[in-house]
Design a protein around this ligand. Structure first.
Ligand code: ZN
Length: 183
């Protein structure tokens, strides 16, 4: 097998694994519809969520040990949808990278860290925009990134990317809803 093919197989396995982890978590949290209730996911994991505006707090959200558990702290400013993605990203670290979550992240950025960041982003997308719910919503609304973003309370950019990843949209024009006249 060529190296490229091998790496692609690995990548798709990873996406599958992330997908399964996110589905399991949503099921445990009893989340069955959009917009995904992150509070339910957070309590299913026994995490707590705090909002902070304290300086210095440069990143959007962070995961830190607190007593016996962990706390996700998130900045109070900025948009709600961005905040939701940041929280889901930190939940991704908690689920996928428990060993690293114990240590403060930061310092020199290496490849392993970049991989973890990409995984946490992919997990956040799986968590906030579950495949089956997005497909169902797209059937009802059309493949309209803006409308679907409203429905899932995510950014239009995140939804556009998700629709492309799921093979529901390829070009910008595909984001337009189907013409009612054609139905
Ligand atoms: Zn991260």
């Amino acid at each position: 097998m060529a190296l490229r093919e091998f790496l692609e197989t690995m990548a798709s396995r990873t996406r599958d694994a992330l997908h399964r982890e996110a589905e399991r978590l949503l099921e445990a949290a009893g989340v069955t519809r959009e917009p995904v209730a992150l509070r339910d996911v957070i309590s299913a994991l026994n995490l707590s969520l705090v909002q902070t505006d304290r300086e210095p707090f440069s990143c959007e959200a962070a995961l830190a040990p607190l007593g016996d558990g962990f706390v996700v702290s998130v900045r109070g400013d900025g948009g709600e949808r961005r905040r939701r993605f940041s929280i889901a990203h930190e939940i991704g670290h908690f689920v996928l990278h428990p060993a690293q979550a114990r240590h403060e992240r930061g310092g020199t950025v290496n490849e392993a860290m970049r991989v973890r960041e990409r995984e946490a982003d992919a997990f956040a997308a799986e968590l906030l925009m579950p495949q089956h719910l997005v497909r169902q919503a797209a059937l009802e609304e059309g493949v309209d990134a803006r409308r679907l973003a409203d429905r899932f309370e995510v950014s239009v950019a995140a939804m556009s990317l998700r629709l492309r990843r799921l093979g529901l949209a390829e070009r910008q024009s595909d984001f337009l809803p189907p013409s009612r006249a054609a139905l």
